[in-house]
Write a protein that binds this ligand. Structure first.
Ligand code: ASP
Length: 453
């Protein structure tokens, strides 16, 4: 029991998880960002150039075939990782709760805040995207799937009923995400309740998680080529007309991210915590800038913890529990991107989303945010699970993948801000918050710059 308590003090059951993910996420990041941007830019230019070659000519045919091969390989490598990633990452996220009884109160508050704000985030994103119609100007009718949209016709009660898999192995083989999520949650909770005796199983999944994250890293290192091929294909078939909807898509995501920070996070700090939102932003800015440049909640975690403790006045006991958990399961920015992306892709393929489809998106995107690891680009992988849940074509990801890196940077800022706000509010309600530190953070900064001078 002792070693378990030690684990809990570190805020995680799957102890190695955060550290190991941090390392590869941090290493070579700026390089990858630059290469993806380069892939994107080259893809746009190449796509435009190909769109001017005669459509029936050999050159056009050969180039398009090549792009399709590279893009297809990349899309397949994303699809390949979805089931193991969601299952293992979600399981470890739940297991990181540690001793449920001991952490009950703080855990319930934290989970409640994380889930509620994520559901609000995705609803906000859906509403905004439905109003802004970012994909309505671009129609890919020829790519529209002929598969009937089963979920749109299925009542929501039926979807709920089917969440429990009668055969979890079949659920994984079929890629039934809701069932996989349910089984992962159940396994994670059971590992936590079983405690010390289940440590080997927890450790096994901990290692499995590291392996899968490594696969994600490898896959992401090929992303510049995938991005190039996919975006070139898009621009070769649609030419300039693809540009405007993409900008609209990005604008919608960014507006939704800003609204979520301003009204939900800063509003909650002001109303529930009675704290000055501007002061919070000033205090938390160092962590935000690291999140923006790394696009990784996990990579930023050490800075987030330091900032929340030293500049926001939260006790280390609370911060060490809620922040690693948040970096693993709380991804409001990611949920916002996924909400807008679902509507964007549905509009482009000319598919109407029914109310039950929208509710399914809220449910699966909330779950996907739990299953999204806090490293660059994973939100795009779990997006395929959200798309599948409403039977939208995963190929739609190809349209947005090129601009995703920029949005990833912005949404990661939102992801870690949500973790910090929750941590401060929980700490305040538990008497684990020091108002003097919160108010004096900038005084300290001024003083250190004076000392440095
Ligand atoms: N990069 C995000 C994070 O680390 C996850 C994602 O949306 O891809 O928080």
């Amino acid at each position: 029991m002792k070693s378990e308590t030690k684990h809990l003090k570190n805020g995680k059951f799957c102890g190695m998880k955060t550290d190991t993910k941090t390392e590869p996420a941090t290493r070579g990041k700026s390089n990858l960002t630059t290469r993806i941007m380069l892939g994107l830019a080259c893809g746009i230019v190449a796509g435009m150039a190909i769109s001017y070659t005669p459509e029936n000519g050999l050159v056009h045919h050969w180039l398009m075939g090549f792009l399709e091969l590279i893009g297809g390989l990349f899309i397949n490598s994303i699809k390949m990782l979805v089931v193991p990633l969601v299952f293992v990452s979600l399981l470890c996220g739940v297991a990181s709760l540690g001793d449920i009884n001991k952490l009950g109160r703080i855990g319930a508050k934290t989970l409640g805040f994380y889930l509620l704000t994520t559901a609000i985030a995705i609803s906000l994103a859906l509403a905004l995207a439905l109003a802004a119609k970012p994909g309505s100007d671009l129609k890919l009718a020829e790519l529209t799937r002929t598969v009937p949209n089963i979920l749109q016709k299925q009542p929501f009660s039926k979807i709920l009923q089917n969440i429990i898999p009668s055969n979890p192995v079949a659920a994984m083989a079929e890629g039934n995400m809701l069932q996989i999520i349910f089984f992962a949650l159940l396994t994670g909770i059971s590992i936590t309740i079983a405690g010390q005796k289940a440590r080997p199983v927890g450790d096994f999944f901990d290692s499995a998680n590291i392996v899968i994250m490594q696969m994600v890293m490898l896959m992401m290192s090929l992303a510049p080529f995938g991005v190039f091929a996919l975006i070139a294909q898009t621009f070769a078939t649609t030419g300039f007309s693809a540009m405007l909807p993409l900008l609209k898509y990005m604008g919608t995501v960014i507006v939704a991210l800003l609204l979520h920070i301003c009204f939900i996070y800063l509003g909650a700090l002001k109303i529930l915590g009675g704290l000055n939102p501007i002061q919070f932003i000033r205090n938390f800015l160092p962590a935000m800038s690291v999140a923006f440049s790394t696009a990784s909640s996990n990579g930023t975690l050490p800075v987030t913890i330091e900032t929340v403790e030293k500049r926001c006045g939260v006790s280390s006991g609370v911060a060490a529990f809620t922040l690693p958990l948040g970096a693993t399961i709380n991804m409001d920015g990611t949920a916002i991107m996924q909400g807008v992306a679902v509507v964007f892709i549905a509009q482009i393929y000319g598919i109407d989303l029914s109310l039950s489809a929208l509710l399914t998106v809220i449910l699966t995107a909330t779950m996907a945010s739990i299953g999204t690891a806090g490293v660059p680009g994973v939100g795009l992988i779990t997006l395929s699970m959200v798309l599948e849940s409403v039977n939208l074509p995963i190929e739609g990801i190809a349209l947005i993948i090129g601009v995703d890196r920029l949005l990833d940077m912005a949404r990661t800022v939102v992801n870690i801000t949500g973790d910090a706000v929750c941590t401060i509010l929980v700490a305040k309600s538990e008497g684990e918050f020091d108002q003097n530190i919160f108010d004096a953070a900038n005084e300290g900064e001024k003083q250190s710059s004076t000392n440095a001078a």
